[in-house]
Ligand binder design. Structure first.
Ligand code: PLP
Length: 392
């Protein structure tokens, strides 16, 4: 018999669709895949050059478990420049993606019996990691009527004496919605005196389309720095998903505990990746702006095309690169019962892969990733409309 832990964790509900898409592709079908949660851009040249240079210089050995001093300084420098917050290198650990950073944080803070509040529609890993750390997830829901905004009030309502932490993702996957500074201040003002931790998943922090007050690290730093954990990543900002590099910033005590755990799991992030990420964080940031501009063009195109049929409704994402579309107008007990059915039929009939809202605890919706070329998006929209013409 396997460990009880395995019964608590679900694997990604998007797997079935991906396997079906793979089967179609293998059969030579032209599949339009808008399911990927990753940039389609190549990693910037100067970043790749740094990796080549690292290999040429034989920078191929173990580094300190928490990352080289150079990369930790680069991360500290980036957060100072972007948010005006001060962290020491001893308050940083470099991890295999934001995912490992968040898991480290969960394992270090959560105990069995603790309640940890997070929000959905959301990235499923955040909930699964709470369970992996033997704590109990408490879910608050953001609503389409409110633009899926992450607000303080539902968290405040959900706090009990057992609440250990609150996990927030802003900009959020899959909604593209944000938590504003004002909302974070309201939350922190209650969380801080109660000793509740706030873990902030900032993996999409560089992908915010319009200027907005989103200095959440400073807000938390001023109110509850000793109970704040920031998780960031090179994956989305610099098109570096495969390199596997993220980081966690917190107190020295938290980072030391993460370091102990990581030293028995994966040890340091690939030395070559670290050199590349130093180049990404300290080099010209124009590549980030350029990608963001292109995402904006794609967002505007796919949104305009999708809502040509007003039965689709979706908000304009403020960040990240996903369009979260309400398809409930097409669902009925006779034909397509759920958004998962919708996505399955769309795949079978028009060979378009999108992610069903069920994956994000949001039945009735689907997520379109617009990290794809304008041509691909236009073709996907054409097929989507052909599909619903058939459903009618
Ligand atoms: N947080 C969110 C909300 C994500 O969507 C992802 C990846 O999809 C991550 C964190 C982790 O990304 P990575 O581990 O590549 O840094």
């Amino acid at each position: 018999m396997l460990a009880a832990r395995t019964t608590r964790i679900s694997s990604s509900p998007t797997m079935k669709g991906l396997i079906a898409a793979e089967r179609l592709r293998a059969a030579g079908v032209n599949v339009v895949d808008l399911s990927a949660g990753e940039p389609d851009f190549p990693t910037p040249e100067h970043v790749k050059d740094a990796a080549h240079a690292a290999i040429a210089a034989n920078y191929t050995k173990y580094t300190p478990n928490s990352g080289s001093t150079e990369i930790k300084q680069a991360i500290v420098g980036r957060y100072r420049a972007d948010y005006g917050v001060e962290y020491d290198v001893s308050e940083v650990i470099v991890c295999a993606g934001g995912k490992q950073a968040l898991l480290n944080g969960a394992l270090v803070v959560f105990d069995p019996g603790d309640e940890v509040i997070t929000h959905t529609p959301g990235w499923p890993t955040l909930v699964e990691q709470i369970k992996l750390a033997d704590a109990s997830p408490v879910i608050v829901r953001t609503s389409p009527e409110d633009g899926f905004a992450v607000r303080a009030q539902p968290f405040l309502d959900a706090i009990t004496p057992r609440t250990k932490a609150i996990v927030i993702n802003s900009p959020a996957n899959p909604t593209g919605a944000l938590m504003t500074e004002a909302e974070m201040i309201r939350l922190a003002d209650v969380a801080a005196p109660r000793g509740i931790w706030i873990i902030l998943d900032l993996c999409y922090e560089r992908l915010i389309y319009d200027p907005v007050a989103h200095n959440l690290p400073r807000v938390l730093g001023e109110r509850m720095r000793d109970r704040t954990i920031l998780a960031g990543s090179a994956s989305k900002a610099y098109a570096m998903t495969g390199w596997r590099c993220g980081w966690l910033l917190a107190t020295r005590e938290v980072v030391a505990a993460c370091n102990a755990i990581q030293s028995h799991c994966t040890s340091n992030v690939c030395s070559i990746t670290q050199k590349a990420v130093v180049a990404a964080l300290t080099g010209p940031q124009q590549c980030v702006t350029d990608m963001l501009d292109e995402y904006r063009r794609r967002r505007d195109l796919i949104q305009a095309r999708v809502v040509q049929d007003p039965r689709f409704s979706c908000l304009t994402p403020a960040g990240a690169f996903y369009l979260f579309v309400d398809v409930s107008a097409f669902l009925s007990p006779e034909r397509l019962r759920t958004s998962a059915d919708f996505c399955q039929a769309l795949l079978e009939q028009q060979h378009v892969v999108v992610t069903a809202g069920e994956a994000f605890d949001a039945p009735g919706f689907l997520r379109i990733s617009y990290a794809a070329s304008i041509e691909t998006l236009a073709e996907a929209a054409r097929r989507l409309h052909a599909f619903i013409a058939d459903v009618d």
